[in-house]
Design a protein around this ligand. Structure first.
Ligand code: NAI
Length: 331
């Protein structure tokens, strides 16, 4: 039986993890879940939001499914998500954004893969207070990280029959840092003559995305732009409740939704498990369980096609009812 680490998170995390575990089980796939708690709730007992046992579990199992965990803003502990990505060198953040059946959005035919560099840029966490009126944050871009993320994006494009990889920077202003990222993209692209190239500035990209998103295929971006643009793309397909994600490195992969722990709806049986479920579907494909991935995806699509939604998508089903609908459509 495949053993997978399950970080069930906090806020709505436990509710949506329960839903996803039930759906996978009902589909007939047996997974030995290695359940690990992390985040604000474990600090009191273990003194850290990301105890070593969580990292050891992922190192053993190589694959994890992760529900969101809360990170306090401005103060307190460093984000568990950022720590996980750095410690396990999960350098590629993959966020497929594709329209779902019957989920009303402004545009049809959105099918964008956002590939975000996950380890450096302004997220390197190099900040200092110069004086009480000034703080400074350093943007780090390296050739090594830029080349490997561009290679990841092109390899993904080849493997998944995509036509174009577009690089997104602000290299006209940040000539050295974003300039290096762009140069790495150009070098890597030389090895993929079958994939179209495109270069765009991040501000122009944002305008184009809200006017005509179907022109984009695979986007590759440094960390900060990738973070912001992937939420924009989540909005194009129906919001955070349906936006899936994955953090992938050479040795480990952690699959997680884009959204956070949604404390405003915690415990109210309202959370939409779709984003975590789609992340789990991507995880099943990654471990070669394509049959079950497709079976679960079809059941989700049939549920949505039948107009069955949670409140975030304008429906009136509870999380539990929505989960039961998906399970009913598995057969
Ligand atoms: P959030 O994504 O938790 O919530 C934003 C809005 O979207 C809220 O109104 C929420 O109710 C709604 N929402 C999110 N997921 C939903 C779902 N599955 N179904 C229905 N509605 C949903 O963002 P927010 O409020 O900025 O962050 C809350 C906490 O989560 C913060 O501590 C933040 O640091 C953390 N966070 C954790 C992430 C992770 O673990 N990967 C990612 C993003 C934020």
């Amino acid at each position: 039986m495949t053993r997978i680490t399950l970080i069930n998170g906090d806020g709505i995390g436990p509710e949506i993890s329960d839903a996803v575990v039930k759906i996978i089980e009902a589909a007939g796939l047996k997974i030995d879940w290695d359940i690990q708690s992390a985040g604000a709730d474990v600090i009191e007992k273990e003194g850290t939001p990301l105890p070593d046992r969580v990292l050891e579990s992922i190192k053993r199992n190589k694959i994890a499914l992760k529900a969101p965990v809360t990170t306090p803003i401005g103060k307190g502990f460093r984000s568990v998500n950022v720590q996980l990505r750095k410690t396990l060198d999960l350098y590629a953040n993959l966020r497929p954004c594709k329209n779902l059946p019957n989920v009303k959005t402004r545009f049809d035919n959105v099918d964008i893969i956002v590939v975000r560099e996950n380890t450096e840029d302004l997220y390197a966490g190099i900040e200092r207070q110069i004086d009480e009126n000034t703080a400074e944050s350093i943007k780090v871009i390296t050739k090594k990280a830029s080349e490997r993320i561009c290679k990841f994006a092109f390899d993904y494009a080849v493997k998944n029959n995509r036509k174009e990889v577009c690089v997104v920077t602000k290299a006209n202003i940040m000539k050295l840092s974003d300039g290096l990222f762009l140069e790495c993209y150009r070098n890597v692209a030389e090895n993929y003559p079958q994939i179209n190239r495109r270069e765009i500035l991040v501000d122009n990209l944002c305008m184009q995305l809200v006017q005509n998103p179907s022109q984009f295929d695979v986007l590759v971006l440094p960390n900060l732009y990738g973070d912001i643009v992937s939420d924009l793309c989540a909005g194009l397909i129906g919001g955070l409740g349906v936006a899936q994600g994955a953090n992938i490195g050479d040795n480990y992969a952690v699959f997680e939704p884009v959204h956070g722990s949604a404390p405003d709806i915690k415990g109210q049986n309202k959370a939409n498990p779709t984003a975590l479920l789609l992340s789990a579907v991507e995880m099943l494909k990654y471990i070669g369980e394509n049959y079950y991935a497709e079976k679960i995806n079809n059941a989700l699509y049939k549920t949505l096609s039948g107009g069955k939604f949670t409140p975030d998508l304008g429906g009136n089903l509870t999380s539990i009812e929505f989960t039961e609908e998906i399970i009913r459509h598995l057969n």
